[in-house]
Design a protein around this ligand. Structure first.
Ligand SMILES: O=C(O)[C@H]1O[C@H](OP(=O)(O)OP(=O)(O)OC[C@H]2O[C@@H](n3ccc(=O)[nH]c3=O)[C@H](O)[C@@H]2O)[C@H](O)[C@@H](O)[C@@H]1O
Length: 430
């Protein structure tokens, strides 16, 4: 007698062979029918098993997601509201994206200091040492700024934040920064600087009231422009890096949201911002680290052995430009996705107006650090770099009252003092 297993899963061919000599036709039919219906029942049982397994998995997944979500809940909403409270007459409440980044930290502190409400948002990605970002977060926390851990691509989170607080402004500084890294990880630029920007604009255009938006573009949009100093009216259609291209795309994208939905938009073209709590991926920062550790630095040189130059701009000057932009942005005119009238669309250079060559930057650092750098001079590789930048800031001066006051020597002195107090002299980090 075959077992049930053998009936269902015959291991040898011919198990279902009908033996006309020992069984009548009805019996054969009955046997065939019986085994088919048993197979059917087993198939049903297996399907049910698979379905329940899958639903259990998805239940586990969604509960894990819910439990591990770093936002939401009554306590969280209270923290957001408290952080957004305005403590001065005529003040504003600002959602600062990239609030644990270099510029975001300084802008958040400056706004809070003068009595504005500030809520931060940051995804704490690991483009550079996240512990520095956490330290910046702790710093702004101590001054009453709550930083939400989340991504600008999270539409639900943005809607929630704009629902809890009627933000008057959004200072959008979250971005994938860095010119040369774009060759290593191009998608990260598309994710943050294009997709993230659109997600943010979508949330802002639907908000009621719509906030006014000030956001970080970049001096890199001038690309291969040779006319100096760079004016906002110069061409910006020759980007030299994907980073620059995404920032330029951001300028076009924000224009459409201004045009269609009445969002007030101000784009700021920052020129190589430096200072305390800065970005470890930037030259002034990594040079300082290497000089202190006795390691060589690479100094790039342009075509025909011409030194590269940058219009290095000190962070405190940039912060003044950001606050000036927020103060003069005017209101967005739409609400709930409908435009009611024209709103401001502005673009400003925020630079220092006095470019310094990279070798001169190194000399100043050597003086402040009282240590000679070990230099490797290399021809600039074709990796997105531009030979020089130089800002014309007359427009920002007139419209924002922007007036940079810190020269590179003074600014680097403050940076070095911070660096030594943060990392110490013999620090291996970052
Ligand atoms: O102005 C801007 O919009 C941009 O400024 C900086 O970009 P960059 O000016 O290239 O700043 P660094 O990466 O600090 O480079 C400064 C100069 O040092 C040079 N460099 C950099 C690194 C290095 O190892 N050696 C070296 O000579 C670069 O070629 C460049 O000329 C920022 O990194 C960008 O995020 C920002 O958008």
């Amino acid at each position: 007698m075959p077992t049930l297993d053998e009936e269902l899963f015959p291991s040898t061919p011919g198990k279902f062979k009908i033996d006309h000599r020992s069984y009548g036709i009805n019996r054969q039919f009955y046997r065939f029918f019986a085994s088919t219906s048993t197979m059917f029942l087993w198939a049903l049982f297996l399907i049910a098993l698979t379905v329940s397994y899958l639903s259990f998995q998805s239940f586990v997944d969604s509960s894990t997601r819910y439990l591990s979500a770093s936002w939401g809940g009554l306590q969280w909403e209270k923290q957001v509201r408290t952080s957004a409270e305005i403590h001065r007459a005529g003040g504003m409440s600002v959602l600062v994206t990239g609030a644990s980044g270099f510029v975001g930290t300084h802008v958040s502190l400056a706004l809070k200091r003068r009595g504005d409400g500030v809520v931060g948002l940051d995804n704490f990605n690991n483009y550079y040492d996240p512990s520095l970002k956490k330290a910046r977060k702790a710093l702004v926390n101590r001054h009453g700024v709550f930083v939400v851990e989340g991504d600008v691509n999270d539409a639900r989170l943005l809607d929630k934040l704009l629902d809890i607080v009627a933000f008057t402004h959004v200072m959008h500084l979250a971005a994938q920064a860095g010119v040369r890294y774009a060759m290593e990880n191009p998608n990260s630029y598309v994710h943050s600087n294009i997709a993230g920007l659109v997600t943010l604009l979508e949330a802002c255009k639907s908000a009621n009231p719509q906030p006014a938006i000030v956001w970080a573009s970049s001096s890199s949009v001038y690309g291969l422009n040779e006319k100096v100093p760079f004016s906002e009216l110069d061409r910006t259609d020759q980007p030299a890096s994907l980073y620059a291209a995404t920032k330029k795309a951001g300028e076009e994208i924000t224009h459409t949201y201004n045009h269609i939905y009445g969002l007030s938009i101000t784009g700021l073209r920052f020129f190589t911002v430096y200072g305390p709590w800065g970005r470890p991926d930037m030259a002034y920062f990594s040079f300082t680290r290497n000089i202190l550790q006795g390691k060589p630095i690479t100094v790039y040189r342009g075509k025909n052995k011409v030194d590269l130059a940058r219009d290095f701009t000190y962070i405190d000057d940039i912060v003044k430009g950001c606050l000036g932009s927020l103060d003069t942005s005017g209101k967005s005119t739409g609400s709930g996705g409908r435009k009611k009238g024209p709103a401001a669309y502005r673009i400003f250079n925020l630079g220092n107006t006095s470019p310094v060559t990279v070798p001169a930057l190194v000399r100043i650092l050597e003086e402040h650090l009282k240590t000679k750098a070990k230099k490797n001079i290399l021809d600039m590789p074709g990796n997105g770099d531009v030979p020089f930048t130089h800002a014309n800031i007359s427009s920002a001066r007139v419209e924002l009252g922007y007036k940079p006051t810190t020269d590179l020597r003074t600014g680097l002195k403050k940076f070095v003092r911070w660096y030594l107090s943060y990392y110490g002299y013999d620090a291996v980090q970052p």
